[in-house]
Design a protein. Structure first.
Length: 759
C-alpha cells in the first residue's frame, strides 16, 4: 500500500507520524521496550499532546529478533499464527548513547539521541535498518482508518525473494505484493498461497507476524527499502539472521513449524479423472489398467469433484449412479497397487444433505443477522464450514473418517481462499480480516490430523491448493489452475520456486495444464518437468490426461520419466528427509546452493532437485533450451554428456522429446534403483551407486535412508589417482558401482559392502 507522493511528500489523505528519538527504555526479563515520541523532546512542554511509538523487542530463538510496533495498546485479536519459542539467552546493554538488544550473532541497536533508527547488525555489521521516517503511524483522513508501516533498508545489490506463491519474477524487487489469499489462477498478481515472509540475498529474512492482509512494497514506493504495512494500531515482525539463505529458512521453519515429511509413495505418479470429463468405475479401471498394460508405474489415482453428485459439493458422499459400489472399487484399485485420493473442499452447497446439518448445529460461518453466510459462487447456496468451532471440526472429520474407513488414503484439499470478510461472524469471535488467510491453516489441519489419526503419523498427506504461515506442516501443495501453454508452464515454475523460498518443502503442478487442451508436444515437455518435480500429478479440466490420448511418443515419454523418478527415489527421499530436517526445499533455485555465484540469483527457468541435480525444463515445441551451469564438472544423467565449466557458463542446446538437461554435480554420489515399480520400496536393497566426476584426492559421501525416512547407512567413495575405494554401510546385497567421468561410465561390483577398483 502506498502512502507517499514521491520521496518528499505524503499523499494528501494521509497523516503520517514517525518516532523521532528513543526517550526511555524498560527491561522486563528478556523483553526490552522502547518509548519513541513523535517529536524531539527538548523541554517538559514537549511531552504534552503528543503521541509515541511503543516498541517491544523480544527473541523466540537465537539469531531471531521480534519487533512489535504499537501505537495504541488494544485488545489482541484472533486468530494468530502458532509460533515456537526456544527461549534463547539474550543480552541487553544500555549505555549513555544507545541501547542494544542481542540474540546470538544478531543485534539491534537504537540510539538515545539523534535520529531514531533500529540498526540490525550481524557481528557488528549492519544488514538492514529501520531508518528515520521508516516506521509510520498513519491515519487515512478520508476514511478514519489507521495503518502501521515499517520500511527496512536494502543494500545496493540486494535482492528479495519469497512472499509465497507469486507468478511474476522470482526476484521481488520493484513489485507490490498484497498478502491476501485469492482464487485467481496462475497468470495474475493474485495467489492461492500468500506468506508474509521474505528472504534477502544478504542472508537474512523478515517475517511479518500478521494473519490479515499485509501490503508489501519491495523497492517500489521507496526504491531503497522494503516496506510492509497493515491496517490497525500495532504490527509484529521478526528479523531472522541466517547468516545464509538456507540458515534463514531453517530458523523460519523452526519458528513457524517444521516441514512435515510426506509418505514415500506420494512421490510417485498421481493420475486424475480430470474435472469436467465423464468418469465412472469403468473409466477409472480402464485408465489404471491402461497404464499397467503400457508398463507405466502408477502410485495414486485421484477422483476429482464429480465423484459426488452435481450441485451437492461437498456432500462427501459417492454418486452411486456413477459409482454403485465405491468400497468395491477402492479395493480393486488397491489390489492393483494404487492408492486412492478423493477431492473435497470446505464449502457446503445448499442442496447437499450436509448443509442442513451444518446450519442446524451452527457449524457454518454466519452473517451478523444470524443467517448462514451464503453465495452462489462455485456451488448454489454455498456455506462455509466454520473451523473455529471445535464441534464443526469433529463433524467435518467424522465425514472424512467414513471415507477413510472405506479405504480412501488421502484427500485433495481444494479451495480455502474465498473466505468471507464482510458481514462474517465466526464461532469463536475471530476477526474476519485475520481469518481470511488463516482459514486454510485450520481447514488443512483438520483434514491432515484425521488422516494422521486414522492412518498413522507416517501416512498423513493432503494435496492442498491454499496456504498460509505454518501450512508447511501439512504437505503437499500444488500450484493451482494453470493454462495449457508453455508460458503458463514457466509461470507455474516461477510460482513454485517463489513458494518454496517461503518456508515450504514440497510442491506439484497440473502436468500439461489445467485449463484448455494440451497439445502432444506440450504434454511431453510438461511431463518431463512434472516428473522431475517434488510431486507429480496428471490433472486437467475437460481433457483426459492419460498419455495414449496424445500419441505413442507420449506413452514412451511418460514411461521413461516415471521410471527415472522411481529409480531416483533413494536420492530424492534422502533429500526430502533433509528438507524436513533443515527447511531447505526439495526443489530449489540455484542460488541456495551457489550463493557465491551472482549469476544464479535471477535464474527462474531452471532449478535444483535436491543438492546434486540441476533440471532445465524445455518451454517450446522445438526442443530448444538455454540454461546456466555454475563452475564445476557436470554430467547429463540421461545422455552421459559431460560439461567442464571453469567460471560458470550458459549453454544453448536442442533436445528430442525423450531428453532434456538433467545434470549431476561433480564429486557427488546418487543412489538409484533402475527396476523400481513404485515410489516406496526398500531403498537399502542393493541400489546402484552412481559416482559423478570424483576428482583425484577427493572424497564423496551420501546418507542412505529407508522408505520411512530413517537413517539406514552411508556410502563413501574416495579417489587416489586411478584407484577408487568404495564402502557402503547399511546396504543389502552387492551394489553395482557406476563411475561417471568425461562422458564414459565404468562399472564395478561391490562385494560385502566394499571394494577397491582401478579406473
Amino acid at each position: 500500500m502506498k502512502f507517499t507522493n514521491g520521496y518528499w511528500l505524503d499523499r494528501p489523505q494521509y497523516e503520517i507520524q514517525s518516532p523521532k528519538e528513543v526517550f526511555d527504555v524498560k527491561q522486563d526479563g528478556d523483553k526490552l521496550t522502547l518509548y519513541a515520541p513523535f517529536k524531539y523532546i527538548n523541554e517538559r512542554g514537549d511531552e504534552l499532546n503528543l503521541g509515541m511509538s511503543t516498541i517491544e523487542l523480544t527473541s523466540p530463538m537465537e539469531g531471531v529478533i521480534g519487533v512489535k510496533l504499537i501505537h495504541f495498546d488494544q485488545l489482541d485479536k484472533n486468530p494468530s499464527f502458532e509460533l515456537e519459542n526456544e527461549h534463547p539467552n539474550v543480552k541487553i546493554t544500555t549505555g549513555d548513547k544507545e541501547v542494544t538488544y542481542q540474540s546470538g550473532d544478531l543485534a539491534v541497536k537504537a540510539p538515545f539521541k539523534g535520529h531514531f533508527e533500529l540498526d540490525f547488525q550481524r557481528n557488528g555489521k549492519t544488514i538492514t535498518k529501520s531508518m528515520e521516517k521508516a516506521e509510520g503511524v498513519i491515519l487515512d483522513k478520508s476514511t478514519g482508518k489507521h495503518y502501521m508501516r515499517e520500511q527496512l533498508s536494502m543494500g545496493v545489490d540486494e535482492l528479495i525473494y519469497g512472499l509465497g506463491e507469486r507468478f511474476g519474477s522470482l526476484v521481488k524487487n520493484g513489485q507490490t505484493v498484497d498478502i491476501v489469499n485469492k482464487d485467481g489462477g496462475t497468470g495474475s498478481e493474485q495467489a492461492y498461497k500468500n506468506i508474509p515472509f521474505y528472504l534477502s540475498s544478504e542472508g537474512y529474512g523478515v517475517f511479518v507476524d500478521q494473519p490479515e492482509t499485509v501490503s508489501f512494497e519491495v523497492a517500489s514506493e521507496n526504491v531503497d527499502r522494503t516496506q510492509f504495512s497493515i491496517e490497525g494500531q500495532s504490527m509484529q515482525y521478526y528479523v531472522i539472521d541466517g547468516p545464509t539463505p538456507k540458515g534463514v529458512l531453517d530458523k523460519y521453519t523452526r519458528l513457524t513449524g517444521k516441514i512435515s515429511l510426506p509418505p514415500a509413495w506420494t512421490f510417485g505418479l498421481w493420475l486424475s479423472t480430470s474435472f469436467t470429463t465423464d468418469y465412472s468405475e469403468e473409466t477409472v479401471l480402464k485408465f489404471i489398467d491402461g497404464m499397467a498394460k503400457r508398463k507405466i508405474p502408477l502410485d495414486v489415482f485421484h477422483f476429482d469433484c464429480f465423484w459426488q453428485k452435481g450441485f451437492e459439493w461437498s456432500t462427501l458422499l459417492w454418486d452411486h449412479d456413477k459409482f454403485p459400489d465405491p468400497e468395491g472399487l477402492i479395493k480393486k484399485v488397491h489390489d492393483r497397487g494404487v492408492k486412492v485420493c478423493v477431492w473435497l473442499n470446505p464449502y457446503i452447497a445448499q442442496k447437499s444433505p450436509l448443509f442442513k446439518e451444518g446450519k442446524d448445529n451452527g457449524y457454518l460461518i454466519k452473517r451478523q443477522d444470524g443467517n448462514v453466510w451464503q453465495w452462489d459462487l462455485w456451488q448454489a447456496g454455498n456455506g462455509f464450514v466454520d473451523f473455529t468451532n471445535p464441534a464443526a471440526v469433529k463433524w467435518y472429520q467424522s465425514k472424512l473418517k467414513d471415507l477413510l474407513d472405506m479405504g480412501v488414503d488421502c484427500f485433495k484439499t481444494d479451495f480455502g481462499e474465498r473466505i468471507p470478510v464482510e458481514d462474517a461472524v465466526f464461532y469463536d469471535g475471530s476477526d474476519p480480516k485475520r481469518e481470511h488467510n488463516y482459514y486454510t491453516y485450520q481447514y488443512n489441519q483438520a483434514v491432515y490430523s484425521i488422516i494422521q489419526q486414522e492412518k498413522g503419523k507416517d501416512e498423513a498427506v493432503v494435496f492442498a491448493r491454499s496456504a498460509t504461515v505454518g501450512s508447511q506442516k501439512y504437505p503437499v501443495h500444488w500450484g493451482g489452475d494453470c493454462l495449457s501453454r508453455y508460458k503458463s508452464m514457466a509461470d507455474s515454475l516461477r510460482g513454485g520456486l517463489s513458494f518454496l523460498l517461503s518456508g515450504f518443502g514440497f510442491w506439484a503442478h497440473d502436468i500439461s495444464g489445467f485449463e484448455e487442451q494440451a497439445t502432444p508436444d506440450l504434454y511431453k515437455r510438461w511431463t518431463q518437468f512434472g516428473l522431475l518435480s517434488s510431486h507429480s500429478r496428471y490433472h486437467g479440466s475437460g481433457q483426459y490426461k492419460v498419455p495414449w490420448v496424445f500419441d505413442e511418443e507420449a506413452v514412451d515419454n511418460t514411461r521413461k520419466f516415471v521410471n527415472l523418478k522411481l529409480s531416483l527415489m533413494p536420492y530424492i527421499f534422502d533429500e526430502a528427509v533433509n528438507t524436513h530436517e533443515t527447511g531447505t526445499p526439495l526443489m530449489r533455485p540455484l542460488f541456495l546452493e551457489y550463493t557465491n555465484d551472482r549469476n544464479t540469483y535471477h535464474l527462474e527457468q531452471q532449478y535444483m532437485l535436491g543438492s546434486k541435480l540441476i533440471v532445465a525444463p524445455i518451454f517450446n515445441a522445438e526442443g530448444d533450451v538455454n540454461y546456466y551451469l555454475p563452475a564445476g564438472n557436470w554430467t547429463n544423467i540421461l545422455t552421459e554428456k559431460s560439461y567442464h565449466v571453469e567460471h560458470g557458463q550458459w549453454f544453448k542446446e536442442n533436445y528430442d522429446m525423450l531428453n532434456l538437461p538433467v545434470l549431476a554435480r561433480d564429486n557427488s554420489i546418487i543412489l538409484r534403483h533402475p527396476g523400481a515399480e513404485h515410489a516406496e520400496y526398500d531403498y537399502t536393497d542393493a541400489p546402484d551407486i552412481n559416482i559423478y566426476e570424483l576428482a583425484d584426492g577427493n572424497t564423496a559421501t551420501t546418507r542412505v535412508v529407508d522408505e520411512k525416512g530413517k537413517p539406514a547407512g552411508t556410502v563413501k567413495a574416495e579417489r587416489q589417482g586411478n584407484e577408487l575405494s568404495v564402502t557402503a554401510e547399511g546396504l543389502k546385497g552387492n551394489s553395482v558401482v557406476n563411475f561417471h567421468s568425461d562422458g564414459q561410465v565404468k562399472t564395478f561390483k561391490l562385494s560385502n559392502g566394499s571394494g577397491k577398483f582401478t579406473l
